[in-house]
Write a protein that binds this ligand. Sequence first.
Ligand SMILES: [Zn+2]
Length: 497
Amino acid sequence: MSKDRRILTDEEKKHVREKYKNCCYICELTLDGYENHEIQYDHIYAHASEIPGGEELDKFAPIHASTNPEKRNCHGGKGTKSWFEYKEEQLIKKKLKTISGLKDLCKSAKQCSFKKISDTEVELNGKHIPLYNQKLYGRDNLYFFDEIYIEYLENDNLIQLRPLEADKILPLTFHLRSSIQLLPSLGRLDTKENKIKIFDGQHKAVAQIVGNNKKSIPCIIFVDPDITTLQTTVFDAHSKFLQQRYKRSHIIGKLAEQYKAKVEQWEAIHGNAPYSEIDILKGEGKTKRRNFILASIRDELSNCGAFIEGKYNFEKDFVDTTKKKGARQNPMLWDNYERLISLFVNLEPVKETYDSPNNFRAPEIENLKHLLGLMYWFAIKDKWNHANPDSESHRLAVRYFYDKVFEVYGPILVKALRYSYEQKMDRALGGDEGLCYREQFSEDIKKRFARIFERLFKHGMWANPTYTETFRSTTSGPIAELFTKEGLDYIYLTRPE
Ligand SMILES: [Zn+2]
């Protein structure tokens, strides 16, 4: 698609905007207040198979694409998907936010009409279906298989479903679109109530219902089974017999590499049950634990590709790794980069296992990327220019990254961000509670943070020629005095407009 993307004329752009009622295709919010260069006009289909007929121009749509962090950019997370697929994904995500499990989709089952015709056949809602029997410990276990309409299904309250992990639904939805569903959901028919209760396979069911608009789903249904046996079976299937099917956080991955012996020891005692950072790092000293966690976070950041404007990786492009004195190729000193990260993250091993929804190692990285992106936007972009070292803007950027200058404002910046977060959430953060170790920052929090970076780096003192020598000081004392004199503290940075 992008290879031969057509460039639209102004007239065509106007037509496309009107067609979308002057709103962004992805978020459906207005395009008012967006300059031409802040809107992208893109073909929404990537594959020929998705493309319905009609005029080619009809396949273009306007999308927010501002590079200003205060404005909307609806490109984040799209990756290599087409806009059409991406939009669908957003819609499914939105729907998923309103449900906590199959119980919200199938609130209360309709009674079905059920009749056992013979030992090998049943009638369900007028349809004849083969019945099978598997004898277990001398007891009959009758079951049948069918596609069952969702109004006849409900959540089993006796055999608890595993909690829904919403982030599994989306990939499952797309997977089930292009491949067959190998395993049906499992349920039981209670012939006293004539209701079908689902006790396993709710992820598949939710993916098919929410993501693929299915009205019926494939099920294996046991007829009045022994509940206790089923409870044990379901429990075992999701503990002992479960292979490593969870996505491990990068830290857990590293833990396994470096602490293989410890992990094996753990597994010898606890089986394949998910483990946590604490389980494995327990015997290590505090410094070692913290160094270990910092190193794996840093490693993850440096290997996650270009996360800034799709072009830059902060460590690779803006951190000076040469450790040589003299003019730097990249603005930020290595030690300062590590220090900054360590001030943002949670350096303590966490007790939540790697599969737990309350393990925030993955969003922690996303949040960190966002803060580094702001650092780039306000302190480096259009300023740092190694090819033109005498330019005023380059000199400004040099000043921002002097070792002693950073030493002074680094903690002020971190304190301001934490304070701003606390104000917004109306609760104090614990001393060891890393700012980034939590759910992904909301749009509102991101805006607050952008304002803090802006206030810090756009402050008049940076360009004031009378301070040039102060910034070059080899001790932090005079620089700290300057910040105090100018009133540049965390209160100033977080003050409402
Ligand atoms: Zn948008």
